[in-house]
Design a protein around this ligand. Structure first.
Ligand code: BDR
Ligand code: CA
Length: 315
């Protein structure tokens, strides 16, 4: 079977880097677009270039938006370090961004067989929709790491990627594309821990060594923040939703992004009420248009991740 074709829109970011590595193993990655998010745009773009150099691929990297549609950029240095890839040894490389027009690249590359996997704030995607409201419908689909059906991580109810640009997220959730949402309720099921980092450290592969350093830093930071020395592998889940859809259980539901609430701005409000049988929509409810992911086969998913990092079976 041929590999799915996709663009990754990202803000690397520890888990974004793992998502990039996973995608290059299991998909045809036609391009990477970067956005301000975990770190400022210069840093996320540098990190995307460095990961492609580490992979030895020439996937084009296009710089995107330096901040959200409204307000000031939010970053996540407490989780990823100021550079976005704290604690990771930088490698020398000659790679440079292919352009600073991520939006043009997203628009020009769209076709019915192309997926966009969006694992950062959704600013670039919203700007593409501003220029072509039909853009989302010209794609195979958009797989989003963002939001939550239950608790948040930046606020009680808001997840970082949506919180960092809620106006952009609202446009994307409303654009009519085939959407999959991998929220925190899902991504917290796929977790790294010290045993995984140790296994990677013992693996003779530059990707495994990189990932071991990345996980060590991430585990230190998450332990400081939460007291738990484990991290959710958020962004790889959105890649797996395209490359290994059989590993996820989804339900088709309506999702709206809260833009106003004093305590709820950036929340994904998911209609989890039972729907009438036969595919009808509950009276007065919005049409269920998003495939909301609820469950992942974490063991098989982790197998795909470690394999992409160069770990041989049973190593
Ligand atoms: C999301 O926010 C970022 O910090 C991660 O890279 C992930 O995309 C999780 O809330
Ligand atoms: Ca991310």
């Amino acid at each position: 079977m041929s590999k799915p074709r996709l663009i990754i829109d990202c803000d690397p970011g520890h888990d974004d880097a793992i998502a990039l590595i996973l995608a290059h193993r299991h998909a045809e990655v036609v391009g990477i677009t970067t956005v301000s998010g975990n770190a400022p745009l210069d840093a996320t773009t540098d990190n995307a270039l460095m990961v492609t150099a580490l992979l030895g691929v020439d996937t084009p990297v296009h710089r995107g938006a330096a901040g959200p549609l409204v307000g000031e950029p939010a970053h996540a240095a407490a989780v990823h370090g100021e550079s976005g890839l704290g604690g990771v040894e930088r490698i020398d490389h000659q790679r440079q961004a292919a352009s600073d027009d991520a939006v043009g690249f997203l628009l020009d590359t769209a076709d019915e067989a192309l997926w966009v996997v969006a694992v950062g704030p959704l600013t670039n995607l919203a700007l593409a929709l501003e220029r072509d409201p039909a853009w989302g419908r010209r794609l195979a689909g958009i797989s989003i790491m963002g939001g939550s059906t239950d608790i948040g991580n930046v606020t009680r109810v808001a997840e970082f990627n949506i919180f960092a640009d809620p106006e952009a997220a609202a446009r994307v959730f409303d654009c009519g594309a085939r959407l999959t949402m991998c929220g925190l309720n899902l991504t917290r099921q796929l977790r790294s821990n010290d045993a995984l980092a140790e296994r990677l450290r013992r693996t003779d592969s530059p990707l495994a060594q990189f990932a071991a350093q990345s996980f060590d830093d991430l585990h230190d930071r998450i332990e400081t923040l939460t007291g738990v020395r484990e991290a959710a592998l958020h962004d790889p889940c959105a890649v797996l939703a395209v490359t290994h859809p059989e590993l996820l259980e989804t339900r088709r539901q309506a999702v709206s992004v809260e833009l106003d609430g004093k305590h709820t701005r950036g929340m994904t409000v998911v209609d989890q009420r039972p729907q009438p049988p036969g595919g009808a929509t509950r009276r007065g409810a919005d049409a269920p248009t998003v495939n909301v992911a609820y469950k992942i086969d974490a063991e098989t998913a982790m197998g795909a991740v470690v394999e992409a990092l160069g770990v041989k079976n049973r190593e």
